[in-house]
Design a protein. Structure first.
Length: 179
């Protein structure tokens, strides 16, 4: 009997987010099928703070799951957080299954250059601020701030892959089961 394909809906049509989900979760669920869907995160376009960013990831995962009736919904949300060192990036991933079981992965902290931080504080979003910095468009669908500001040492996809792996923990080990 052929095995049923697991369907994983990513709460975004951004190819970087879909590729990050696929790069990690195809190892955990080899027969998986991945697809992106346009959903809302229910938070501002530029989330501020850990809680708002994490909520956006969760909402995207749940909305992707509801919209598609997939086996899993995955949400990735990038945000900003004020720290004593200055304005930093943050990001969260939520992975939710049909029973409501949820895994989270968060991190990707990087100090923003003063000019970018000021532009974001004035105009709202990191993506357009990075586009202006490098005179390109839609960099968030490519290397993102992470790739640009690290000079290619990392990328938005690589950073998101770590979050996806962390969010998958409750689904790939038995350590999260109640006794």
């Amino acid at each position: 009997m052929p095995s049923m394909k697991i369907r994983i809906a990513v709460g975004s049509t951004n190819p970087v987010k879909i590729a990050a989900a696929k790069a990690v979760l195809q190892r955990a669920f080899p027969p998986a099928e991945f697809f992106g869907v346009s959903v809302t995160g229910g938070v501002p376009d530029q989330p501020w703070g850990e809680a708002q960013t994490r909520l956006g990831a969760f909402n995207r995962a749940v909305n992707a799951l509801r919209q598609t009736n997939a086996d899993f919904g995955l949400g990735l949300e990038g945000g900003l957080v004020e720290t004593s060192a200055g304005l930093m990036t943050c990001a969260w991933c939520a992975l939710v299954d049909k029973t409501g079981r949820t895994g989270y992965g968060g991190g990707v902290k990087m100090l923003l250059p003063p000019a970018v931080a000021e532009a974001v504080r004035r105009n709202g979003e990191l993506g357009p601020a990075m586009d202006r910095l490098v005179h390109q468009s839609d960099t968030k669908r490519g290397p993102g701030a992470v790739g640009i500001l690290t000079g290619g040492l990392s990328s938005r996809q690589t950073a998101y892959e770590q979050l996806v792996a962390m969010a998958a923990a409750p689904f790939v080990t038995d350590f999260y089961q109640n006794d």
